[in-house]
Ligand binder design. Structure first.
Ligand SMILES: [Zn+2]
Ligand SMILES: [Zn+2]
Length: 270
C-alpha cells in the first residue's frame, strides 16, 4: 500500500491546490492520502515568509474542499489531518486548534524552540558555535518529551528536523546522546504516537531522510510504530521517494506502516 500521511497545499505555503494534490496522489497510486495543512500560529511565531494571514483567510475553504473530495471520491482513502506546530508555551492555543475540527489525526511539527523558527534560515545556524548547536539539539528532544506528554498528537513529524542546517555536527552529537533521543521517542510511543519517516529531508540542505540511521536503530529497539510521508508541498513532491522510505524501514526490520482514521490507528503490511 502507498500511504502518504503528510502533505500541504497552496492554502499554506505549498504551491498546488487541494484538487491538484488529490489528482497527483491518484496518478502515483496513493491508497491513502492525508491532507495535513499547517495550523495557523499565534502572533510572535514568525517565519521570514509568513503565511499566517493567507492560511487563516482560507482555512474554512480548505476544509470544505478536502471534505468534498472525501465524499465524492471513494477510490482512495482521503484523510483530513493537521500539522500542528508544537509551541511549548501555547498549550491552550494548540488544544483549541486540535479540537476545532474533526481531524483524522494530528501531526506534531516541532519547528520552534521558544519563539525561534529554527528551520527557517541557514544563516541562523552558520554563526553558532558547536556547543550552542548541541544545546539546541538537546532542547529539541527535551521539548519533544513535553509534546508527547500532552497526548494531543498522533504522529511525530520529521523527528530530527533540528539537523536541517548542521547535519555533520548533529550526526556526531546524536551518537553520543542516544539516551535523550530514546527518552523522546519512548515518550511518543508511551503516548500512543507513531514516528514519521519522511522524504522531505532528501530535498533539504541535510540531504538525508528524516530520521537518521541512529534514530532508526532506536525506533526499532523500542518498537515505535511508524508512518510514511513526503511532506510534499506541490504536485511534484507528493508521495516522493515512498518506495525508498519503505526499503529504509525494512532494513531495520519494520514490517508495518500505520495511518489514523478518525483518531484510530490502523496498520498495513509494508
Ligand atoms: Zn513540518
Ligand atoms: Zn509539513
Amino acid at each position: 500500500m502507498l500511504i502518504d500521511l503528510h502533505t500541504h497545499t497552496s492554502y499554506g505555503h505549498g504551491s498546488s491546490t487541494v484538487f491538484e494534490m488529490f489528482k497527483a496522489g491518484r496518478k502515483i497510486g496513493l491508497d491513502v492520502h492525508g491532507f495535513s495543512e499547517h495550523s495557523p500560529r499565534p502572533l510572535g511565531y514568525d517565519y521570514t515568509n509568513e503565511y499566517r494571514e493567507h492560511l487563516n483567510k482560507h482555512y474554512r475553504q480548505y476544509l470544505n474542499e478536502v471534505e468534498d473530495i472525501k465524499q465524492k471520491h471513494t477510490e482512495s482513502k482521503i484523510l483530513l489531518a493537521l500539522e500542528l506546530d508544537w509551541l511549548e508555551d501555547e498549550l491552550g492555543f494548540m488544544q483549541e486548534c486540535a479540537e476545532k475540527y474533526p481531524f483524522d489525526y494530528i501531526i506534531a511539527g516541532i519547528h520552534f524552540l521558544k519563539k525561534w523558527g529554527f528551520d527557517d534560515q541557514a544563516a541562523h545556524w552558520n554563526s553558532l558555535l558547536k556547543q550552542e548547536k548541541h544545546k539546541f539539539y538537546s532542547a529539541y528532544y527535551k521539548t519533544m518529551i513535553k509534546m508527547a506528554e500532552t497526548k494531543l498528537f498522533h504522529i511525530v513529524a520529521h523527528p530530527d528536523l533540528i539537523k536541517i542546517f548542521s547535519n555533520d555536527t548533529f550526526g556526531e552529537w546524536i551518537k553520543n546522546n542516544k539516551n535523550l533521543a530514546e527518552d523522546a521517542l519512548l515518550a511518543c510511543k508511551e503516548n500512543n504516537m507513531c514516528m514519521e519517516i519522511s522524504s522531505a529531508g532528501l530535498r533539504k540542505p541535510c540531504a538525508e531522510i528524516y530520521p537518521c540511521r541512529t534514530l532508526m536503530e532506536i525506533a526499532k529497539d523500542i518498537e515505535i510504530p511508524v508512518t510514511f510521508a513526503s511532506d510534499g508541498h506541490c504536485v511534484n513532491t507528493i508521495g516522493q521517494n515512498l518506495p525508498q522510505l519503505h526499503a529504509y524501514a525494512k532494513e531495520y526490520g519494520f514490517t508495518e506502516q500505520n495511518y489514523f482514521e478518525n483518531k484510530i490507528r490502523r496498520s498495513a503490511a509494508l
